[in-house]
Design a protein around this ligand. Structure first.
Ligand code: PLP
Length: 367
């Protein structure tokens, strides 16, 4: 595929004729919730076979005009990323390991037969947008700007093959806390009826299709009074994989942490990777090994398992209290956030917000 490779791309800045008035914006960012308060601007970059990436703009956030035959609407050729802009203790805006999101985006693109986007262009588009809309940074405690880069197939063609035209976009959303109640621990339904990803499928790609397939199992879990779904492996329905959008960790009474291995059916979370590093730095043993639902239940009952937590950019680190399946339910540890869960969460959040020293070069200052 043609690739406009290393040449840095110039963004055309389109003026905004009607940004949201300051008083309305202030009201919206005082208590933004998650994923519903959007900022004034967006990034768009076009791709086609002849020109590669071109027409990069930073302009007003507005509805897209798409041909009804465009491929994304029919065959779901779409990928996305999710990361946050934080405000450091000194007031500067910063990103957390954005080059990892850029790399993962291209990994997803390759699986969905979409063009590669140079990592510098990915990060630069985010930098420009965040700085343009920095006044949207939430005033609520623990707030951030949630960044959603994504790519869609825009070619109008109903034949089944990779499209020949794409659009890359970045939008921003003011974010408070991800879970409505700011819940201290979530409850989880282990789905034995539905799977998220099969070997050879798209489980390791961040694509909208994976989420579409998770909506029914998620709705079933909610109907049972549970907060989230946990998926098991597709072959044996036994090995714990992850939640619909978060990776899982298990903490044992000897201080060992276990997280399922990246076998191709699990999304390689950047939060997961960061927590493995932080835990090892503390001297904890972290193993990437398979863990079965029956082991989870038995170890919670015996007390060998003391904590379980889920992690991802949106909710950071969230304790798992109650676990239920067709076989009944069990409680992990105290049913609330354990010490290791809280300590690792605090460590990560302190680095992201520039309170603790950034020993790994994870924080990218934007100004
Ligand atoms: C995005 C995502 C995660 C978390 O990844 P982070 O990089 O930590 O935000 C975990 N699982 C799935 C399925 C995801 O889509």
């Amino acid at each position: 595929m043609a690739d406009s490779a290393d040449r840095p791309i110039d963004f055309t800045r389109l003026p905004h004729s009607s940004p949201v008035p300051a008083n309305e914006r202030e009201r919206a960012i005082a208590d933004p919730g998650f994923g519903k308060v959007f900022t004034d601007h967006m990034i768009t970059i076009e791709w086609d076979e002849g020109r590669g990436w071109h027409d990069a703009t930073l302009g007003p956030r507005e509805p897209l005009s798409l041909d009804p035959a465009c491929a994304v609407l029919h065959y779901a050729q779409e990928i996305f990323e999710g990361l946050k802009a934080y405000k450091l203790a000194d007031g500067a805006m910063a990103l957390f390991r954005p080059e990892q999101n850029a790399r993962r985006f291209n990994h997803s693109a390759a699986r969905l037969a979409m063009p590669n986007l140079p990592e510098e262009t990915f990060v630069d588009s985010i930098r420009q947008l965040v700085l343009a809309d920095r006044d949207w940074f939430p005033t609520v405690e623990g707030g951030s700007l949630y960044i959603r880069p994504f790519m869609i197939a825009t070619e109008a063609f109903l034949g089944v093959r990779p499209a020949r035209q794409y659009k890359f976009l970045v939008i921003l959303s003011a974010a408070g806390s991800y879970f409505k109640s700011g819940a201290p621990a979530v409850s989880i339904w282990v789905s034995q009826d539905y799977t998220r990803a099969a070997p050879g499928g798209t489980g390791a790609a961040k694509c909208g299709g994976n989420y579409a397939a998770s909506l029914v199992p998620h709705a079933n879990a909610v109907a049972r009074g549970m907060d989230q779904v946990c998926f098991l492996d597709a072959a044996e329905h036994r090995w714990v994989e992850e939640l619909g959008g978060m990776n899982l960790f298990f903490v044992f009474d000897d201080g060992t942490l276990l997280t399922p291995p990246l076998s191709g059916t699990i999304l390689a979370g950047i939060t997961r990777d960061s927590l493995i590093t932080l835990a090892r730095q503390e001297g904890l043993t972290v193993v990437e090994e398979r863990y079965a639902i029956d082991e989870w239940r038995a170890d919670a009952a015996s007390g060998r398992l003391t904590e379980t937590f889920a992690c991802g950019t949106a909710a950071v680190v969230t304790a798992v209290g109650k676990v239920a399946s067709h076989e009944g339910e069990f409680i992990v540890g105290s049913g609330g956030p354990g010490q290791t869960t809280q300590r690792l969460r605090d460590k990560l959040v302190s680095i992201q917000r520039g309170i603790a020293e950034d020993k790994h070069g994870w924080v990218m200052r934007l100004d």
